[in-house]
Ligand binder design. Sequence first.
Ligand code: FAD
Length: 294
Amino acid sequence: PDSPLFAGLPGDIRISFEFFPPKTEKMEAQLWDAITQLAPLAPSFVSVTYGAGGSTRERTHATVARIVAETTLLPAAHLTCVAASQDEIAEVAQQYWDAGVRHIVALRGDPPAVDAGRFVPHPQGYASAADLVLGLKRQHDFEVSVAAYPEVHPEAASAEADLDNLKRKLDAGASRAITQFFFSTDAYFRFLDKALAAGITAPILPGIMPVTSFAAIRRMSANTEIPDWMTHMFEGLDERPGPRGLVSAVVAADQCRRLYEGGVRDFHFYTLNKAEQAYAICHLLGRRPREIAA
Ligand code: FAD
């Protein structure tokens, strides 16, 4: 009875890490420090995001190419179709294929501010992520992951319509979904139940976001419920990064423990290019680096 909550978790999990392409040399060094620390945990894949409207096209490619060249990790390149023609997207995808990259996270992307939050497809572009998946699969046999929203995408007509859309993306050839971050674990489990009832059997990886800035999380949480307990948990920590980091690791680790107890074995971490929290949470779940586990 006095054993810690995490005692005995065997680490029989699959993990993946998300990074973003660095802007400066200093950020590049930080990213590679994180990759070097996390690689021994043997993630199934590591993904690299694509800046709004394709703004990091070259940097995403350079980051993915460096991962291919310098590590044995399997990279997944994010690719969005907003503000791009189908030909432009095919060219980006071809460059990935030629560089040996076989996994794409296919996304629509957010509409630019000038369109006042309304998505307007490029005249020669794709109308949605589902169409992008079809286009990518026609081009090459990429492994494709797509986005899912346990608390419903803000532009969706309804939760059912959003789930239909997820099903279309998987029917188009995607083999897994990765969720938007969430703090209500119950909302994720309810979503899994609904997805299963809708005939979705592909894995839906929970996207775990350890809180680094509570204000930023609030800004990014369009439809994501921030439970009262969380507001209370981060109260007074805005100017205290040390304690905030520890509290946030505990919160995210406890979320993972609840997910684990509910049967989840796949975990996708939004690392924000920092290793400590993701590493600590994987450790608590029982995961050990290759050299110890071997
Ligand atoms: P879609 O699946 O196309 O859905 C968009 C909306 O349209 C939904 O409301 C959907 O229900 C609705 N819809 C689609 N088709 C239909 C239809 N036929 N009829 C009715 N409604 C429809 N953004 C980036 O810019 N770069 C990234 O690297 C990036 N990575 C991400 C990673 C993950 C794991 C997640 C969850 C999101 C990521 N995003 C990224 C954000 C994403 O681009 C936005 O959330 C975007 O607004 C929606 O993209 P989607 O791929 O989910 O779009």
